[in-house]
Design a protein around this ligand. Structure first.
Ligand code: BGC
Length: 375
């Protein structure tokens, strides 16, 4: 009998599936192909109960997340590729990667720090996006190893980004730890240290489809965002500096709302759909707070996201173009969405936004938890 059949039986007899599988399994590794530079890529598998995640050292990327639907049927809910060559292809739009050094946009790739002007790569119209060119965090090979985090099986990735890499100041050492502390829970912990003041804003760029990757759309998913405000942008998606209410706009997801309900109102705006930074309603609370709940009515899968970050970018896959992903499945427009926990875009040029500057002697810390279940 397979685990999924057992889970289905548990669902049938109204037993929580997690009661059957609560022991975390050890981390397994296997080859994940060879990078263009000749270096091997490795895939690590984390499992706890009926939920399994895989991660690779190429870009410290989250490759898959397999979880049961309301009948116990497992599916991978992340868009991605079968091996590292897919992640190095033009079809890869930051699928599942660790994104940075500074995720999201920096206006014209410019900022001034301690009296020096910095010019980063301009790779998104006139702006800098997701850490820049060939040495952005999604493209480099990280050191990876199996470890434990608070007693749970985990994978640790480390990357040392040299002073000046992609134009950023300071030698920056970044650690990303993926762990599964509880059944259905994937935790991502980021830490970083620098020897010189530098901006840091890290996120994971997973594309989610809770019906299973390869399903045609996410427009039927219901989304709730714990955010009453957002940061309006100019025509190039750079924040104007204002912070505006979502009330009475198509951006209002304070109550669970079908994504497709009002998306058409945004398709002729510069964002081409949802591509907005939401300010989380922290009410001064430090630590982990609820950021989002995503529900797929057809499968019953639900994803809850909690984060220590002040904001979340909701991106409705507006540039997906039918590229071929896992098992040659195609990923058309809006067949995946991203919920990227982070600081606000262009914070390095916006003194009134929470600071993204990391100084020598400080430790950057950020945690995001993804909780999967079905109902
Ligand atoms: C951005 C989009 C961008 C996409 C690229 C998202 O995080 O908000 O504007 O096109 O990443 O994959």
């Amino acid at each position: 009998m397979t685990r999924w059949t057992l889970a289905a039986l548990a669902a049938t007899f109204a037993l929580p599936a997690c009661a059957l599988f609560s022991t975390p399994n050890p981390v397994k590794t296997k080859p994940f192909g060879v990078r263009k530079d000749g270096a091997p890529a490795t895939l690590w598998t984390l499992r706890n109960g009926n939920v399994e995640a895989t991660v690779t050292d190429h870009g410290a990327t989250l490759v898959s997340l397999i979880c049961p639907d309301r009948l116990g049927q497992g599916a991978d809910v992340l868009l991605g590729f079968d091996d590292v060559s897919g992640y190095e292809s033009t079809g890869n739009q930051y699928f599942g990667c660790t994104t940075g050094r500074v995720c999201n946009r920096i206006k014209k790739g410019r900022f001034t720090l301690d009296g020096y002007d910095y010019q980063l790569a301009v790779n998104n119209g006139e702006n800098h996006l997701h850490g820049g060119g060939p040495r952005s965090l999604d493209k480099v090979r990280w050191h990876g190893e199996a470890t434990t985090s608070d007693g749970a099986p985990a994978v640790l990735f480390i990357y040392r980004s040299a002073d000046g890499e992609e134009g950023y100041p300071g030698n920056l050492e970044i650690k990303v730890v993926y762990s599964m502390p509880r059944v259905g829970e994937l935790k991502i912990d980021y830490t970083a240290v620098t020897d010189r003041t530098t901006p840091v804003n890290l996120t994971n760029h997973a594309y989610i489809n809770l019906a299973g990757e390869g399903a045609p759309t996410i427009l039927d998913h219901e989304l709730q965002l714990f955010a009453s405000r957002h940061t309006p942008t100019d025509d190039t998606l750079i924040p104007t500096g204002a912070i505006a209410d979502v009330a009475r706009t198509p951006l209002d997801f304070r109550d669970p709302t079908r994504i497709g309900l009002r998306l058409e109102q945004l398709t002729s705006t510069p964002a081409l759909g949802y591509d907005h930074n939401y300010v989380l309603d922290r009410d001064g609370k430090p630590g982990l707070v609820d950021a989002a709940v995503l529900y797929c009515p057809t499968s019953g899968r639900e994803l809850r996201i909690a984060t220590t970050e002040p904001a979340i970018q909701f991106y409705s896959g507006n540039f997906l173009n039918g590229q071929q992903g896992k098992a040659s499945k195609s990923y058309p427009l809006r067949s995946g969405l991203c919920l990227e926990t982070q600081h606000y875009p262009d914070s390095v040029n916006q003194p009134r936004f929470p600071s993204v500057l990391l100084r020598r002697g400080e430790v950057f810390r950020s945690t995001t938890v993804l909780r999967l279940s079905a109902r």
